[in-house]
Design a protein around this ligand. Sequence first.
Ligand code: SF4
Ligand code: SF4
Length: 419
Amino acid sequence: MSTPVERAENAFIEQIDGPIASFLNSCVHCGLCAEACLFYTETQDPRYTPIYKLEPMKKVWKQNYTFWGRLLKNLGLSKPLTEEDLKNWEPLLYDSCTLCGRCSMVCPVGNDIAYMVRKSKEAMVAAGYAPQGLKDATLRALRIGSPMGITVDAFKKQIANAEAETGLKIPLDVEGVEYLCMLSANEVMMFPEIIAALAKIFDKADVSWTFSSDSFEATNSGLQIGSSDVERQLVKRTVDAAERLKVKKVISPECGHAYTALRWDGPNLLGKPYSFKVVHILELLDELREQGKLTVEEKYEAPVTYHDPCQLTRRGGVIDPPRNLLNTLASDFRDTEEHGVMNWCCGGGGGVSANERAKELMVTAFNKKKSQIEKIGAHKLITACANCRMVLEEDLEENDMDLEVLGLTELLAEHIKKD
Ligand code: SF4
Ligand code: SF4
């Protein structure tokens, strides 16, 4: 039986592809990525320099893919990968990286550091090194279909509550409609108001849609823990449900990592194109707004600002829809100084918020967002990721800051013109 170190080394070798080899080869050690990472800027701890988080991967690359590295390895003159390396780097990869990709934006030689962190996690998982909270969430996702352990019955109860609140029939398992609507685990559990908000908006805009009892959550803990196998299995559940219901489109929810897994990674993981299109909920809402199907009753007057979920904006390209919607909904929408693709992360994505050990560091990293918010003077902080929302609420409370955080879909549902 292989040892954890052997498993990690083999996984690193499997993951090191052409782009990674070229990234590692072209690093000029300028340190610019450090200033782009909130875990470094808010702690000044050099261990949180993005490229340093990749040292174990770099060691394996050098010893297996470079001439001098191989020579030294064969002569027994270089230090092999050790359990100590895995133990020391596991917190760096899981606690101090949200896969936000901000460092990748500033690297002068174009290194995609977030991509390499994601790939390094594959080796950590192969060796059994990952935070307990993420391991538990992944097991629940595989066994129950939800990282938070939400059962179909619990979901149906949330639907019944939303039906009672809105007086609308919420479609479940309806075949042949245009859209299959997905939610995130955090939405079902922490912010179930989203179900009523979606029902009101879709009713108003006459959207043909359904939820599925076979797959109602798009949250993907496989992506967060760093296991392509798990990520593939979880995406496949949604794809199977969409195919069974014969929908034309699947709506990715207000969840950053769900969008990356479903929209970008899914077809590659499954090795085939989808039979349907994936749209983010904000893309759909913006389209409905453009078509004149959602008019606003009364604009929100106090200043509002927007937190860009990294996977949605920087990594996913959904930049204009939230701004179009906010400018329609609010008379005083204020973007933060660094916004859009260069906005700062909430500090809790990529599985960090599910990792109890990282709590203190996550709260420290929030200081970056805090100073952004303080400068803008907003009365509401709007976002489009339930995980960001939860993290921001928790951090604001830790800092005794009285600011309401709200999902954009909910804000829209509050302000659209009723019949
Ligand atoms: S992806 Fe984001 S959190 Fe991770 S190292 Fe880069 S800047 Fe830091
Ligand atoms: S910014 Fe790029 S080149 Fe500079 S240290 Fe970081 S990874 Fe290396």
